[in-house]
Design a protein around this ligand. Structure first.
Ligand code: IMP
Length: 422
């Protein structure tokens, strides 16, 4: 294995957590480089279910170093809680976890502003996870954010926090929301800072040393390509670069040290929150929800569901430079027949081969479908590609052909064993 960037090729929730867990077996270091605790990576490990929000999934395996890079936004209280939950479940977080001193902090006023902005947008709301992600990245871009490095210097932190709280409390008051107590936030954050101190490092230096020592690094992408702040369905996106480039800027590892990009995509499409989803299909959603599938790992919200969108994944392959693809949740389609795949969009009578940049135009796009026969039997126990029903093999091969990258992994269930490697 080489240094690998793993990205979501759809709207997030592609089943990245499980694929990362499988790939981590060969990696030495696992890095998160963007997003925050809006992410929820579900991994079944030792028969137990873990949902990781900030800590890379590599933490579940012995002798793997996990890095939370400079591009991540960290809610220190949530991170301490995650460490404690893991410890309670017998998972060690000690020298195997490093946190960048350049990572920005998510503060309670970011969460309050996230909530207020969503409330005020009414029916045009983004449908955020309300974790304060947008306002925290907003402060970072405006150069007014607080970082882990600040938290490591209590006096300086309290001074900066006081100024920020005054500014944000006046905004919250103007919006009709309750102001937040400086004393409480200051005390809680300084406590959390003390707990996080042993993990804080210059992670750029650590990663370059790891590269020099020939260690293999896995970059664990959060969210998905169409939630990217630049390339996604703006404004219905998150506030970081979820595409492959984000792994470089969010970790300090240069592009020429990246060896491959693996795109994870579901055998169908899902999305949480607002914004267009061209292949959305209520019947497919009802069927998946009835099977107990497709509920958000972070917020528990029912995900919107649609058919596989080859226009979107082809575009994602281009933006990310995806070399290989992993198709997940194939078993979700075990009972569906026929199966539709979107191979083009129609907008104002014209056929489009890439999604339009404008969200309103995307909403007006009509998917052009091809139908493939279903396999109508369970794939959950299949362990070899050659044992998949012929229709299932044809389906995944068609997806690879339409997407334009090499198919290397197929997942037919949540556990590590339910993974077919090509
Ligand atoms: P935010 O990242 O909380 O600001 O939310 C912005 C949009 O991204 C919303 O539509 C969320 O539902 C979506 N989103 C954020 N994180 C995830 C994720 O981990 N999986 C899927 N969707 C996400």
């Amino acid at each position: 294995m080489a240094n690998t960037i793993l990205v979501g090729a759809q709207w997030g929730d592609e089943g990245k957590g499980k694929i990362i867990d499988v790939l981590t077996g060969n990696a030495d270091v696992v890095v998160r480089s963007q997003g925050g605790n809006n992410a929820g990576h579900t991994v079944i490990h030792g028969g137990k279910k873990f949902v990781l929000h900030l800590i890379p999934s590599g933490i579940l395996r012995a002798r793997k170093i996990c890095v939370i890079g400079n591009g991540v936004v960290i809610d220190p209280i949530a991170l301490v809680r995650e460490i404690d939950v893991l410890r309670g479940l017998g998972v060690k977080a000690g020298k195997n976890l490093l946190i960048s001193d350049c990572a920005h902090l998510v503060l309670p006023y970011h969460r309050a502003l996230d909530e207020q902005r969503e409330l005020r947008k009414g029916h045009v709301k983004i449908g955020t996870t309300k974790r304060g992600i947008g306002p925290a990245y907003g402060d970072k871009a405006a150069r007014t954010g607080l970082r882990i490095a600040d938290l490591m210097q209590p006096e300086l932190f309290s001074k900066k926090l006081n100024a920020k709280m005054r500014e944000n409390n006046s905004i919250l008051k103007a919006l009709g929301a309750k102001p937040i107590s400086f004393a409480k936030v200051n005390a809680d954050f300084l406590d959390a800072g003390e707990r996080l101190k042993p993990f804080v490092a210059n992670t750029v230096v650590y990663l370059h040393e790891a590269l020099k020592a020939g260690k293999e690094i896995l970059f664990e992408g959060a969210q998905g390509t169409f939630l990217d702040i630049d390339h996604g369905t703006y404004p219905y996106v998150t506030s970081s670069n979820t595409t492959a480039g984000g792994a470089c800027t969010g970790s300090g590892v240069p592009p020429h040290r990246m060896d491959r990009v693996l795109g994870v995509m579901k055998a169908y499409t899902t999305r949480v929150g607002e914004g267009s989803l061209p292949t959305e299909d209520a019947e497919l959603a009802d069927m998946l929800h009835e099977m107990g599938r497709e509920f958000g790992a972070t917020t528990g919200r029912a995900r919107r569901c649609g058919w596989f969108d080859a226009v979107a994944t082809h575009y994602a392959t281009m933006i990310n430079g995806i070399d290989e693809i992993a198709i997940t949740n194939l078993d979700g389609l075990d009972t569906v027949d026929p199966i539709k795949v979107c191979v083009g969009y129609k907008l104002d009578g014209k056929k489009l081969e890439v999604p339009p940049s404008d969200s309103a135009q995307l909403t007006r796009c009509e998917p052009v479908y091809e139908e493939l026969p279903g396999w109508k039997r369970s794939t959950e126990r299949v362990r070899k590609v050659s044992d998949l029903p012929k229709e299932a093999r044809d389906y995944v091969n068609k997806i690879a052909e339409w997407t334009g990258a090499r198919l290397t992994i197929i997942s037919v269930g949540p556990s590590r064993g339910q993974t077919l490697i090509l």
